[in-house]
Design a protein around this ligand. Structure first.
Ligand SMILES: C[S@@+](CC[C@H](N)C(=O)[O-])C[C@H]1O[C@@H](n2cnc3c(N)ncnc32)[C@H](O)[C@@H]1O
Length: 277
């Protein structure tokens, strides 16, 4: 399947809003550009009418413009390589591609060779998730990473000493990419599965559940995540805006989860909850 790149000229203050809006139409990879943003989806999902409808809603001053370009699957890596800069999170965790030199003096060196998957660490939600992971003891724990994308959070869990990790995503190319990234990072303890929350129905309880997806999936699935958490275990979530935090907290509260802490960046949120004892 080939991909479609939609390059949008937009002011910085609209970049997050356009990302959130387009993600509702199945766009799951975004790159900030000098002009605004580039959003990516597969050819079967792409609809010009969707793009026009999103842009019309925010184009009051007529400043938004877009161009589309088809990208063949085999050229995807080259696209990324042009744009993927190494990243340092919390001064201890580096995220880079295998073609970047190995960094010095970092505790955790994560290698991500991105294809068409979300999760290079460059998005606020991924960074916030990793910052929250760095505050939680992973040693010997059983970890679930829902909506794993590139597998970056599962790989972080592996580097932090988790005993076993299950990583799940609904997109098949993403599952393939997460498996490759787990292997590059020598994380043989990561089991990557294709599917959604139903995939965990038969699993033993986890000590830690990570889920960076989006507001609606989280609202639907928080009860199922909680049901699979050990008492005292942690749920770390992201993929929603500050204005949705109350709604998310209410849902977590009714699912027997206690609010622990929150981090925000450019209006994106990552929240930590603890399963009641
Ligand atoms: C925002 S990305 C997060 C990727 C990575 N975990 C990170 O933190 O950068 C969300 C991922 O969730 C996947 N996804 C969307 N809905 C899902 C669902 N209902 N169950 C599992 N995965 C889902 C998408 O395919 C996408 O790869």
């Amino acid at each position: 399947m080939d991909f479609v790149q939609v390059s949008i000229t937009a002011p910085t203050e609209l970049v997050d809003i356009l990302t959130a809006e387009l993600s509702q139409y199945g766009y799951d990879t975004f790159m900030e550009t000098e002009e605004g943003i580039a959003a990516y989806t597969t050819e079967d999902i792409f609809s010009e009418a969707d793009v026009i409808s999103v842009l019309e809603r925010y184009n009051q001053d007529g400043q938004l413009a877009y161009v589309t370009q088809k990208i063949e699957k085999q050229n995807w890596n080259a696209e990324w390589e042009k744009n993927f800069e190494p990243l340092l999170i919390g001064n201890v965790c580096s995220v880079r591609a295998s073609f970047h030199p190995q960094p010095e003096n970092v505790q955790y060196d994560i290698i991500i060779n991105p294809k068409m998957s979300f999760g290079t660490g460059h998005h606020e939600t991924t960074t916030l998730m990793i910052e929250n992971q760095l505050t939680i003891n992973h040693l010997g724990k059983r970890v679930l990473d829902m909506g794993c994308g590139t597998g970056i959070l599962a790989i972080m869990a592996c580097k932090l000493g988790a005993a076993s990790i299950v990583a799940i995503d609904i997109e098949d190319w993403t599952v393939e990419n997460a498996r490759e990234n787990a292997e590059i990072n020598n994380c043989s303890g990561i089991e990557v599965r294709l599917g959604d929350v139903q995939q965990i129905a038969a699993d033993e309880p986890y000590d830690l559940v990570l889920a960076n997806i989006n507001r609606n999936v989280l609202l639907d699935d928080i009860p199922a995540y909680s049901a699979k958490l050990q008492p005292g275990g942690f749920l770390v979530i992201s993929g929603f805006y500050t204005e949705d935090l109350d709604l998310i907290q209410d849902k977590a509260q009714t699912a027997n989860l206690e609010f622990t802490s929150v981090r925000t960046k450019n209006n994106w949120v990552s929240a930590v909850f603890r399963k009641r004892l």
